[in-house]
Design a binder for this molecule. Structure first.
Ligand code: F6P
Length: 363
């Protein structure tokens, strides 16, 4: 029997389990492969003793509807920047991919499928360059990978954010308030933009279009002057004022991004400072957007990504990442996969269309 190793890395995302199930079911059907899972990304391989589990029907059956990942995940312990102590006891960071590649080989794996976002696919590429037969599967709720038209988790995040937005509209209306809802997405405004359009927000602020606080206030004032008496704003966590900075807290490890969060409060403060009279309330949705069961669209996408990933393994097309482009399942090289980010184009029809509907981007 050949041995396939699967792991999930980076932040969790609804649909990860559906990918694992897609891989497992198609691999088992061949009767040639045993499927294993490394616990907490590649940490399971690096650990002594290793933390690797054999996937079975009992472990994988029905998991496609479950959020999170049965293999656990982490955005720490990146083998490209692995924390070690130097002779003075200080923490320094080393590239440990060679050690990881050696270990994967020693453990006798014939193929690896790495499910993760941009950071994880950079690890996949480094391992492939060291001769590991590896396939990448893209994952991110942020929809910020350019090598695929979409990723599983995104639709679920938008659905959760839209449901929350709808709830905030009724309370905004009752209290004549300005409601600011902050959503995730890092440096991309996709979740914010889709949620704002789906919910009918008056204002949508995204990283790709730095806002002018005067313009935001003007839009609010015009709504109150027209007697509408309430305003709902969606703001992406990575949004910033023209000439301003993103809002976040210091990262704890070198491999972690700056932790974004709190821009809703910053906007609220700026609006009050600019003389905005109506009462303002802020909601930061946070990790709710990543939790729970994936919507059907994401289950389908994730399942097919799993099936496609195993097809690539069978065909020995290593060094590729599964992709969904032009309504079709395909693959791109890992090199291509990590080249560019996918951010909202301010000149796109989506932005122009939202503006045509009366939405302000504060520009
Ligand atoms: O990339 C997914 C994401 O949820 C971002 O939208 C967010 O900025 C980040 O991860 C949060 O990361 P963590 O789970 O480490 O707080």
């Amino acid at each position: 029997m050949k041995k396939l190793l699967v792991c999930t890395g980076g932040g969790d995302c609804p649909g990860l389990n559906a990918v694992i199930r897609g891989i497992f079911k198609t691999a088992k059907k061949t009767k040639e492969w045993e499927v294993y899972g490394s616990i907490e990304a590649f940490n399971g391989v690096m650990a002594e003793p290793t933390q690797i589990i054999k996937l079975t029907k009992a472990k994988v059956g029905g998991i496609h509807v479950k959020g999170g990942t049965i293999l656990k995940t982490t955005n720490r312990g990146n083998p490209l920047q692995f924390p070690v102590q130097d002779e003075n006891g200080n923490i320094i960071f080393e590239d440990r991919t060679d050690v990881l590649a050696k270990k994967i080989k020693e453990l006798g794996f014939d193929a690896v499928i790495n499910i993760g976002g941009d950071g994880s696919q950079k690890i996949s590429k480094a391992l492939f360059d060291l001769g590991v037969p590896i396939i990448g599967v893209p994952k991110t709720i942020d929809n910020d990978l350019s090598a695929t038209d979409t990723t599983f988790g995104f639709q679920t995040a938008v659905q959760i954010a839209s449901d929350s937005f709808d709830k905030l509209v009724t309370t905004a209306e009752s209290h004549h308030r300005v409601m600011i809802m902050e959503v995730m997405g890092r440096d991309a405004g996709w979740i914010a933009l889709h949620t704002a359009i789906a919910g009918g927000a008056e204002i949508c602020l995204i990283p790709e279009i730095p806002y002018d606080i005067k313009k935001v206030k003007e839009k609010i004032d015009s709504r109150y002057e027209k007697g509408r008496g309430f305003v709902n704003i969606v703001i992406a966590e990575g949004a910033k004022a023209k000439g301003g900075n993103v809002v976040g807290s210091e990262r704890e490890t070198v491999s972690e991004h700056l932790r974004l969060g709190g821009v809703a409060y910053q906007l609220s403060y700026e609006l009050k400072a600019a003389g905005c009279k109506p009462e303002i309330r802020e909601t930061v949705l946070g990790h709710i957007q990543r939790g729970g069961t994936p919507v059907s669209y994401d289950r389908v996408l994730a399942t097919m990504f799993g099936v496609k990933a195993f097809e690539l393994v069978q065909n020995e097309q290593f060094g590729q990442m599964v992709s969904f482009k032009n309504n079709d399942y395909c693959s791109v090289s890992l090199e291509e996969a990590v080249k560019d980010y996918n951010v909202v184009n301010p000149e796109s029809f989506l932005v122009k269309g939202a503006k045509a509907m009366g939405m302000s981007f504060g520009d």
